[in-house]
Design a protein around this ligand. Structure first.
Ligand code: ADP
Length: 625
C-alpha cells in the first residue's frame, strides 16, 4: 500500500467538514436556478420514459386481449376514450409523447446541468487560485507545486464530474426506483414485492462498499498529488538532473510515485470488481424472480401462496420496467465512485482554501501614500516557524534617500532583514516602520508598491522583454520602457537582439544570462519608481564588464531613493551611507566603510581578504561561511 508523504495541507484537510455540503452551499446555491432547472428537466424526462411500457401493458390487456378496462394511474377514467380504436390511437399518441418528452427533458437537462457544474468548477478553480496567491511566503516555503497544481486541476474537475454526472444519475435512480416501484405496486402489489425485495440488499451492499472504498480514494487522491509533485520537481530541476546525470534516479523516483498510485488505484478497483458485478447480479436476480413468479402466475395461477389475478399486459409492463430498473441501479457504483472521488477532492480543495495566512492586513490598515522612504527597525527579533531566533535585536534607522549596505557571512540573516521590510513575514518582536508607520498598519499593496526588489536571481515570465519590464506597470508606454532599460544599462544588449524588445525570453528567462536578467529586473524597478529599493547582489560571479554595468545601473537607480544593498562584494557598498555587518542574526558592527576599517573588526578582515591583502579568512570566520 502506498504511503502518503506529509504535505503542508494535511492538517487543514483533516479539518474540512462535509466538503460536498460546503461545496453546494458556497458554490451551488448561487447557481441554484440552473441546478433546479436541470433537475426539473431530468425529472420530466425520466418520468416520461416510464410512460411507454405502462401504456403498452394497458393496451395489451384492454385493446389486444380484450380483457379489463383501459386505465392509467392518476388519470380519471372519464378522460380516456371509450372505443377500442380511440384507445389505440390514444396509446400511440401517449407513447410518442413519452419519447418526445424524454428527449426534450434529456436535452434541457444536459444544457442546464453542464452550465451549473462547469460554472461551479470555474469558480472553485479561480477562488482556490486566489486563496493560494493570498497566502504568505511561509506557505510557499513549504510549497509543493505539483500538489497545488493537482488541486487546481484534477480535484476541481472531479468536483465538476460529481455535480454534473453523479447528482443527475443519483436523481435518475431515485426517480426510476420510486417511479417504477410506484407503478409496479399500483399494478400488482404482490408481484411488486417479489421484484423489489432485493432493493434493500442492494442498499446495504452499496453502504458496505462506500465504507470500504472511502479511505482508498483518499489514498488515490494523495498519490496523484505526490506523483505530480515528483513530476514538477524533476521538470523544474531538469538542469540539475542533466548536469549530474541522474536521469535514471529521477525516473526511479517517478516510477515509485507512479507505482504507489498504481497500487492505490488497484486497491479501489479490486473492491469495484466485487461491487459492480454484485449489483448487476442482484438486479438480475430481481428480474429473474419477477419473470419466474409472473410467468408461473400466468400459466398456473398464483404461485407460492400469492393471490389475485395477473394479466398479460401487467406482466409485460413488469418485465419491461424491471429491466429498466436494473440499468440505473448498476449505475449506482459509478455514483459511489464519483461521490467518493469528489469527497476526497473536496477536502483537498477546501483544505487549500482554508490555510490561514500569517501575514494578515489589519482591518483599519491605511494606505502608505507617496512615502519619503524613512525606514526604522526597532529592536526587531524574528524566527521562522517559531524555531530558532534568526534575527536578534536588530535596531537601526535610515533617512530618506540613504543607502544601507548589509554585509556578513551566508546565513547571517541579511535576506531575512529585507523580507521583514517587504512584510513577506511578520516580526516576532519589535517593529519595522516606513515613514514612521508600522508595516503591519499599512495596506500590503501600498507597502509593496513603495518598495522595489531586485533579487539575486530575478525571475522572468515567459514573454517578451518589453512585457517583462512592464510587469506591474502594465500601462507604461514603449518610450518609458526604453528609458527604464537605458537607466538599467539594458538598452544596448536588448537592441542587439534580433527582435529587440519583442524578443521572447523563454521560460523563466532561460534564454538570457544572469547578468542580463538582473538588468531587466532593475529596469522593471526603474519603471515602478519606488521610494525604497532593495538590491540583492548576485553571488554568482559575472564578468567584470557586466559587473561594471550592473554597478552603474544600481548607482543610477538608487540615487534619491532609500536603498538597501545586500552585498557579497564589499566594493559594492564602499560608498554606502551606513554599512551594517550582520553575524548570526545580530548587527555586530555599523558605520561607513572608513569607520569600519578604523574599527578593524569583522568588516575590516573581510575587506582585506577581498582586496587580496589576506590569503585566507581567519578561522573564526571560516566556520560561519
Ligand atoms: P543571508 O541572506 O545572510 O544569507 P538568510 O536571511 O537567507 O541569510 O538566512 C538566515 C537564516 O535563516 C539561515 O540560517 C537560514 O537557514 C534561515 N532561513 C532562511 N529562510 C528561511 C525559511 N524560509 N524558513 C526557515 N529558515 C530560513
Amino acid at each position: 500500500m502506498a504511503s502518503s508523504e506529509d504535505t503542508p495541507f494535511d492538517q487543514y484537510r483533516a479539518d474540512v467538514d462535509r466538503p460536498l455540503v460546503r461545496l453546494f452551499r458556497e458554490y451551488g446555491v448561487p447557481r441554484l436556478r440552473w441546478f433546479a432547472a436541470g433537475n426539473v428537466a431530468n425529472l420530466v424526462g425520466r418520468s416520461a420514459s416510464l410512460l411507454p411500457p405502462l401504456v403498452l401493458g394497458t393496451a395489451i390487456d384492454a385493446i389486444f386481449a380484450g380483457e379489463g378496462t383501459y386505465s392509467l394511474p392518476l388519470v380519471p377514467g372519464s378522460w380516456l376514450p371509450a372505443s377500442q380504436s380511440g384507445q389505440f390511437w390514444f396509446s400511440v399518441a401517449l407513447i410518442l409523447v413519452g419519447f418526445v418528452l424524454t428527449g426534450v427533458g434529456t436535452f434541457l437537462w444536459g444544457v442546464t446541468m453542464n452550465r451549473f457544474a462547469h460554472g461551479v468548477m470555474h469558480a472553485v478553480r479561480t477562488d482556490t487560485f486566489a486563496a493560494m496567491q493570498a497566502l504568505d511566503m511561509a506557505f510557499f516555503d513549504d510549497k509543493q507545486t505539483g500538489e497545488v497544481m493537482s488541486v487546481l486541476n484534477n480535484d476541481a474537475s472531479n468536483l465538476e464530474t460529481f455535480l454534473d454526472d453523479a447528482l443527475s444519475e443519483g436523481l435518475r435512480i431515485v426517480v426510476m426506483v420510486l417511479g417504477i416501484a410506484g407503478i409496479l405496486v399500483y399494478l400488482n402489489a404482490q408481484l411488486a414485492a417479489v421484484t423489489l425485495v432485493l432493493v434493500p440488499v442492494m442498499g446495504l451492499f452499496t453502504w458496505w462498499f462506500m465504507r470500504r472504498v472511502e479511505p482508498l480514494y483518499k489514498q488515490v487522491r494523495s498519490d496523484v498529488g505526490n506523483l505530480n509533485t515528483r513530476l514538477e520537481n524533476a521538470l523544474s530541476g531538469v538542469e540539475l538532473v542533466k548536469t549530474t546525470g541522474t536521469e535514471d534516479y529521477e525516473t526511479g523516483r517517478v516510477r515509485d510515485a507512479s507505482s504507489d498510485l498504481y497500487e492505490s488505484n488497484m486497491a479501489v478497483l479490486t473492491l469495484s470488481y466485487f461491487y459492480r458485478p454484485g449489483m448487476e447480479l442482484l438486479a438480475g436476480l430481481s428480474f429473474a424472480a419477477t419473470f419466474l413468479v409472473g410467468g408461473l402466475w400466468l400459466f398456473q395461477g398464483p404461485p407460492f401462496g400469492l393471490t389475485g389475478t395477473l394479466t398479460v399486459g401487467e406482466f409485460v409492463t413488469f418485465v419491461f420496467l424491471t429491466q429498466r430498473f436494473v440499468e440505473p441501479l448498476s449505475q449506482a457504483s459509478n455514483i459511489v465512485d464519483w461521490y467518493e472521488n469528489a469527497k476526497a477532492s473536496g477536502e483537498r480543495v477546501f483544505g487549500l482554501m482554508d490555510v490561514p495566512p500569517h501575514v494578515v492586513e489589519a482591518d483599519d490598515a491605511v494606505v502608505l501614500a507617496d512615502p519619503d522612504g524613512a525606514v526604522e527597525y526597532d529592536d526587531v527579533s524574528f524566527s521562522y516557524d517559531e524555531g530558532e531566533r534568526i534575527l536578534r535585536d536588530v535596531d537601526f534607522a535610515v533617512e530618506p534617500g540613504e543607502t544601507v549596505g548589509l554585509v556578513g557571512p551566508t546565513g547571517a540573516g541579511k535576506s531575512t532583514v529585507v523580507k521583514l521590510l517587504l512584510r513577506l513575514y511578520d516580526v516576532t518582536d519589535g517593529a519595522v516602520r516606513v515613514d514612521g508607520e508600522d508595516v503591519r498598519d499599512v495596506t500590503v499593496s501600498s507597502l509593496r508598491s513603495a518598495i522595489g526588489y531586485v533579487s539575486q536571481d530575478p525571475f522572468l515570465f515567459d514573454g517578451t522583454i518589453a512585457e517583462n519590464i512592464r510587469y506591474g506597470r502594465f500601462d507604461a508606454s514603449d518610450e518609458a520602457v526604453r528609458e527604464a532599460a537605458k537607466a538599467a544599462e539594458a538598452h544596448e544588449f536588448v537592441s542587439n537582439l534580433p527582435e529587440g524588445y519583442d524578443t521572447r525570453v523563454g521560460e523563466r528567462g532561460v534564454k538570457l544570462s544572469g547578468g542580463q536578467r538582473q538588468r531587466l529586473a532593475i529596469a522593471r524597478v526603474v519603471l515602478q519608481d519606488p521610494a525604497i529599493l532593495i538590491l540583492d547582489e548576485a553571488t554568482s560571479s559575472v564578468d567584470t564588464e557586466t559587473e561594471v554595468l550592473i554597478q552603474r545601473s544600481m548607482d543610477a537607480v538608487s540615487l534619491d531613493r532609500t536603498t538597501f544593498v545586500i552585498a557579497h562584494r564589499l566594493s559594492t557598498v564602499r560608498d554606502a551611507d551606513t554599512i551594517l555587518v550582520l553575524e548570526d542574526g545580530a548587527v555586530v558592527e555599523r558605520g561607513t566603510h572608513d569607520e569600519l576599517l578604523d574599527v578593524d573588526g569583522v568588516y575590516a578582515t573581510f575587506w582585506r581578504v577581498q582586496a587580496g591583502e589576506l590569503d585566507s579568512l581567519p578561522d573564526r570566520f571560516v566556520e560561519s561561511l
